[in-house]
Ligand binder design. Structure first.
Ligand code: GLC
Length: 750
C-alpha cells in the first residue's frame, strides 16, 4: 500500500514556498490612504459602478444570459465580471475597462472554481470523505494557482452549506451534514484559496457561500423556503461560515433562499447584524445570481428598485448580474431611500479587495501567458489530484474480501460510466476538460493490467434510457469472468444546482442490469460515481462489494483502478448519512432523542415509540462510516480525569490496532453527548477526529483533548455557554461508535 500523506504535505510546502517567492508586489501606499484618496475623486456614478457585476457571454449560471456587458464596461458601469477566464480574454476586457475608466479602476474577475480550475479534484463532498484537512487545503491552493495564472482574481468558493437532505443536488458542492467537520473543511479551503497574501500571484479571493442555510431548503427542492429557529441556525448552519471569517475570507455570497420569511439578500439581521457587526467581517458581500431581482418574486420587495434598497440596507455590497444597483441606486439615493454612507461603505470594501490583489499596482499582473501555460495541468497538480481522489474513496461493503482484486483474475468491467471521461469530473467543474483529458476507469485499469485477456469493458446500459440491447454483450462477457465490476451512478447534471431529485435510487435501469449480473452467480462489485447519498438498500443486500467513488475528478480512473487492485487501501468516511429510503429524510446522526426514543428494528413489537412501522430508524450507512481492506480494533479508552472545570482540560486516549493484513488509514472519531441541558441536546456530536496511519499489526495511542469550550451551545436564554452536568464520550470508527466513558463538567469548582 502506497501512502500519500507525506506526498501531499511535501507538495503543499513546495507550493506555498513557490507562491511566496513569486511577485508579491510592494504596496503603492497604505491601503486606507490610497482608497480614501481614490474615493475622494470618485463621482456617485463611479462609486455605484463598483457595486455592479455582469456576466461575460457564454457561461450563465442563472435565469439571465450574458448581458450587453461590453457596452456597460465601455460606459464605465461595471466593477466586476464573472465567467471571463484566460489571460488573453481577461486582459482584453481589462483594457476595454481601463481605456474607459477616468480613474483607471481595474475590473475584478470572478469564476466558480469549486473543486479545481483545469486540474479537477473530487467534488467537495467526496474530498470531505477523506477527512484530510491538508488535502482540502492543497486542492484549493492548486485550484487557486491555476485560476490566478489564468486571469481569475476571485473564486465563488468554498460552498459551506450544511445539509441533511440528499434530494438537494448541491450536497455535492459542500462538506455534508456535520457542523464540526464542515467548519474544519471550510477553514482549510479558505486558507488554500487565499494563502498568506492575496497579492501573491497564485492566490485568489475566496467567497464563502451561500449565506445562509441554503442547504436546509424544504424537501430538498433547490431555492425552496427555509424556516428554522435561531438556535438551529446558529448552532448547526452558521459555524462553518464563521470559521471562514476566522480564516480571513475576503468575500461572502448571500443565498437565494429566505429564512423565516426574509430572503438572505435583504436580510439585515443576517448580513449587517451577524456577519458584519457581530463577526466583524470587513470584506465585501456579493449576492447570488440576480438574487436582488428575485426578492420581487419572493414577495419581499414591491419592485426591483425597492429590492435594491432593501439589499443595500441589509449589507449587500455587489449586485451579481441583476443590474438593479446600476439602474436604480442613484435615484434611491436622491429619494433618501439609501444613504451615501451605505454606497461608500460598499464601494470601499470592493476597492480594498482590488487593492489587496495588487490590481491598482498592475491591473494586468494576473495576465501572463507564459505563467498560465506553465501552471495549468502541472504534473505535481495531477499527482495531487490522484492522491486526493484515492483518499476520498469510501468502501461501503466488501463481503468475503472480494476486494482488492488480484491481477490474475479475469474481470468483466461493465456499466454506463466504465469508460466515461465526461461525468467523472462532476458538476461545477470550471474549465475541466470533459472530452478525453480525464482518466476513465477503463484507462485506469488498462494502465494497471497489461494482460488484456484479463479484462473486458462493456457499458451494458446507459445511466438514463432503456436501451436493453447493450446489456446482452455485457452479460456474455460477464459470464466468462471470475469477477464483475459495475461502474454506475448519476450523470453529473443530475447533481449540483437546480438538480433536486425526489427519487435517489440508481437512475434508469442500472439496478435491473445489476440484478441480471447477479444471476450469473459471480461476485459483483459496484463502483459508484454520484454527487449525493443514494438509496442503496437493494444493492447493499445483493452486491458483494460497494465502493463509493463520488465524482473523483481528472485522475478519477486511476484512483478507482488503484483502489480496486489494492494499490490504494480506501480509508474514506461518509460525510453524509446514506438513508434506507427517501421516506427517512432528513436522517442524520446528531439527531435529538425525543421523549419516546426507539432503537429497535422494524419488526419489533414496541408501538408507541418514535419509529416507522415499515423501516428501521437507523440509516443504511451512518455518518462517519467507511471500511478498509484491513480491520481496526479500539481498546483501552481512558480519561485523564472524570471532572472537567472551565479552566481545565481532559485528555482522552484510546488504543487503535491494525488487526488485518493490509496497512491502512483509520479516521478515529470522537463524539460527545451532553446528557441534560436547559434545552434538549443531540444524542451525540462530533468533537474531534484523527486520521491515523497504521501498518498491519501496528498499535497506536490516539489522543484528544477537550475543554469546556467544546461543550458550549445556545442555552434556553440563547447564551452560548457550557452547562454543568454529565457527559458521555464515544470513540470509534463511525458515528455509531459504542466504546464510551463519562465525565462531569463542574462550573463552580474553579
Ligand atoms: C449560481 C450559484 C452560485 C454561483 C453563482 C455564479 O447561481 O448559486 O453558487 O457562484 O451563480 O455562478
Amino acid at each position: 500500500m502506497k501512502f500519500t500523506t507525506t506526498f501531499v504535505c511535501l507538495l503543499a510546502c513546495t507550493l506555498s514556498l513557490k507562491a511566496q517567492k513569486q511577485g508579491t508586489t510592494k504596496k503603492i501606499k497604505p491601503r486606507n490612504e490610497f482608497v480614501t484618496n481614490l474615493m475622494g475623486q470618485m463621482t456617485v456614478d463611479e462609486k455605484i459602478a463598483q457595486l455592479v457585476q455582469f456576466t461575460a457571454d457564454g457561461t450563465v449560471t442563472g435565469p439571465k444570459g450574458g448581458n450587453n456587458f461590453i457596452d456597460e464596461i465601455k460606459k464605465g458601469n461595471v466593477g466586476s465580471i464573472l465567467n471571463a477566464t484566460g489571460v488573453d480574454y481577461t486582459r482584453q476586457l481589462q483594457k476595454i475597462n481601463l481605456d474607459n475608466s477616468r480613474l483607471k479602476i481595474p475590473l475584478l474577475f470572478g469564476y466558480d472554481v469549486i473543486h479545481g480550475y483545469k486540474t479537477i479534484f473530487p467534488i467537495n463532498l467526496g474530498e470531505t470523505a477523506s477527512w484530510d484537512l491538508e488535502a482540502a487545503k492543497l486542492s484549493a491552493q492548486i485550484a487557486a494557482a491555476e485560476a490566478a495564472a489564468s486571469g481569475v482574481h476571485w473564486t465563488f468558493a468554498p460552498m459551506v452549506d450544511i445539509t441533511r437532505d440528499p434530494r438537494w443536488g448541491r450536497v455535492s458542492e459542500g462538506a455534508g451534514e456535520d457542523t464540526y467537520l464542515g467548519s474544519k473543511m471550510a477553514y482549510a479551503r479558505v486558507k488554500g484559496f487565499q494563502g498568506n497574501n492575496l497579492a501573491d500571484l497564485y492566490t485568489v479571493l475566496a467567497c464563502t457561500k451561500h449565506f445562509a442555510a441554503y442547504g436546509a431548503a424544504e424537501a430538498g427542492r433547490d431555492y425552496n423556503t427555509v424556516d428554522m429557529s435561531e438556535r438551529v441556525l446558529r448552532e448547526t448552519y452558521l459555524p462553518p461560515f464563521k470559521a471562514t471569517v476566522d480564516a480571513g475570507v475576503a468575500t461572502f455570497m448571500t443565498s437565494f433562499n429566505e429564512i423565516g420569511g426574509v430572503p438572505s439578500t435583504g436580510n439585515k439581521f443576517l448580513v449587517n447584524g451577524i456577519l458584519k457587526k457581530e463577526w466583524g467581517f470587513n470584506g465585501f458581500v456579493v449576492t447570488d445570481y440576480t438574487g436582488i431581482n428575485e426578492m420581487v418574486a419572493h414577495g419581499f420587495a414591491k419592485d426591483e428598485k425597492h429590492a435594491g434598497e432593501l439589499a443595500l440596507t441589509a449589507g449587500i455590497d455587489m449586485d451579481m448580474v441583476g443590474g438593479v444597483f446600476l439602474k436604480y441606486l442613484k435615484q434611491s439615493l436622491a429619494e433618501g431611500k439609501v444613504t451615501q454612507a451605505q454606497i461608500d461603505d460598499a464601494c470601499r470594501r470592493i476597492l480594498e479587495a482590488k487593492f489587496d490583489l495588487g490590481l491598482f499596482e498592475d491591473p494586468y499582473r494576473y495576465n501572463d501567458a507564459k505563467r498560465e501555460k506553465a501552471t495549468v495541468y502541472k504534473k505535481e497538480y495531477l499527482d495531487a489530484a490522484l492522491s486526493i481522489a484515492n483518499k476520498s474513496m469510501v468502501l461501503l461493503k466488501n463481503s468475503n474480501n472480494v476486494l482488492p482484486l488480484r491481477k490474475e483474475q479475469k474481470v468483466a468491467f461493465v456499466g454506463p460510466l466504465v469508460s466515461d471521461e465526461f461525468n467523472i469530473i462532476g458538476s461545477w467543474a470550471a474549465l475541466g476538460d470533459r472530452n478525453g483529458y480525464a482518466v476513465s476507469v477503463q484507462e485506469g485499469i488498462n494502465k494497471l493490467i497489461a494482460d488484456k485477456s484479463k479484462t473486458t469493458f462493456d457499458k451494458g446500459v446507459e445511466v438514463l434510457g432503456t436501451k436493453k440491447e447493450l446489456m446482452q454483450a455485457a452479460l456474455d462477457n460477464a459470464r466468462k469472468a471470475d469477477v464483475i465490476v459495475a461502474v454506475m451512478g448519476e450523470l453529473e447534471n443530475m447533481t449540483g444546482e437546480a438538480a433536486s431529485r425526489t427519487n435517489i435510487d440508481l437512475p434508469g435501469i442500472q439496478k435491473e442490469f445489476l440484478a441480471e449480473l447477479k444471476k450469473l452467480g459471480k461476485p459483483v462489485v459496484l463502483v459508484l460515481m454520484n454527487g449525493r447519498p443514494l438509496t442503496l438498500t437493494w444493492e447493499s443486500e445483493n452486491m458483494d462489494a460497494i465502493l463509493e467513488a463520488w465524482y473523483p475528478g481528472t485522475m478519477g480512473g486511476d484512483a478507482i483502478a488503484q483502489t480496486l487492485y489494492g494499490i490504494n487501501n480506501p480509508g474514506g468516511k461518509l460525510p453524509m448519512t446514506f438513508p434506507r429510503s427517501v421516506g427517512q429524510i432528513p436522517v442524520y446522526y446528531n439527531h435529538k432523542n425525543t421523549g419516546r426514543p426507539y432503537f429497535g428494528n422494524k419488526d419489533s413489537e414496541q408501538k408507541y415509540k418514535s419509529r416507522y412501522i415499515d423501516s428501521d430508524n437507523s440509516p443504511l450507512y451512518p455518518f462517519g462510516y467507511g471500511l478498509s481492506y484491513t480491520t481496526f480494533s479500539y481498546s483501552n479508552l481512558r480519561l485523564s480525569s472524570k471532572n472537567l472545570t472551565v479552566s481545565t482540560k481532559i485528555t482522552i486516549s484510546v488504543d487503535v490496532t491494525n488487526t488485518g493484513n493490509y496497512n491502512g488509514e483509520e479516521v478515529v472519531q470522537l463524539y460527545i453527548k451532553d446528557i441534560t441541558g436547559s434545552v434538549t441536546r443531540p444524542v451525540r456530536e462530533l468533537k474531534g477526529f484523527e486520521k491515523t496511519v497504521l501498518k498491519k499489526g501496528e498499535k497506536k495511542t490516539v489522543i484528544f483533548e477537550i475543554s469546556a469550550e467544546d461543550l458550549k451551545f445556545y442555552n434556553i436564554d440563547m447564551k452560548y455557554v457550557a452547562e454543568p452536568g454529565d457527559f458521555e464520550i464515544f470513540v470509534g470508527t463511525n458515528s455509531d461508535a459504542s466504546l464510551s466513558s463519562q465525565f462531569q463538567l463542574n462550573i463552580k469548582q474553579d
